[in-house]
Design a protein around this ligand. Sequence first.
Ligand code: E4P
Length: 273
Amino acid sequence: MKLFIDTAKLHEIKEAYSYGIIDGVTTNPSLLKKAVKKLEAEGENISIKDYIKKVLETAQGTPVSLEVTEYTADKMIHQAKKLYEIFNPVAENVVIKIPVNPSFVDNKNRDFDGINAIRALANENIPVNCTLVFTPEQALLAAKAGATYVSPFAGRVDDYIRKNNGIVFEKSDYFPAEGWQTEEEYLDDNGIFSGIDLVEKIAALFDYYDIETEVLAASMRNVRQVREAALAGADIATIPYKVIKKLLVHDKSQEGMKNFTKDIVPEYANLTK
Ligand code: E4P
């Protein structure tokens, strides 16, 4: 499984890439806002355009998702093409993020605008990461429209199920992939038992029909979710910096190191000095 970093903060991208295990970057408007706020707080004077160019260069030729901010098909297509035209020449690694369904409370009846935009961009060979995916059927339609990636939002599915059922939780708590069993039944969202269950169902569906679109498990909140996404057959997991930092941590690894260090025989250590 490939590992992407889910951030727009340049210092996080730089550090994660220095580990040699990162295969791409995903950003979204909220992540970009956080990065810009940080720059402002630090008094950094850099244009968003130059900042994004730095992100693209730092990603060393691996894909970087930039999300559109418009929400009608025509405007999303226009914006996507512009973003691609400005930024893809920097490192040939731009992927455009399009919401699967850009309809929202104040902007109804645009259910298929995302699918139309994906189709139009795919027809021009512009790679698309279809975002805000919460059902396997959304993923199927995005794939049929030509998306290169689909991003199921695992963490937000878990949040939704827990909130709807009055379960108190911390954002970083793992939610069981097999669902939470109550006395009567499992808690779910229309047959989806958890974020990882959603990832697994999309991966199975794509596998069954030999669909080439890659499953990019997004909205990852903890280390166990990354493991379960891998076991569920995700092609990629996009992971926040904080979670990447925790991927190698285990008490027993640290305890073992402490004990091995105590037991070092100086003559053995000196052999290689
Ligand atoms: C990445 O592509 C998504 O935009 C991101 O993972 C969403 O994560 P969140 O649900 O933690 O905001």
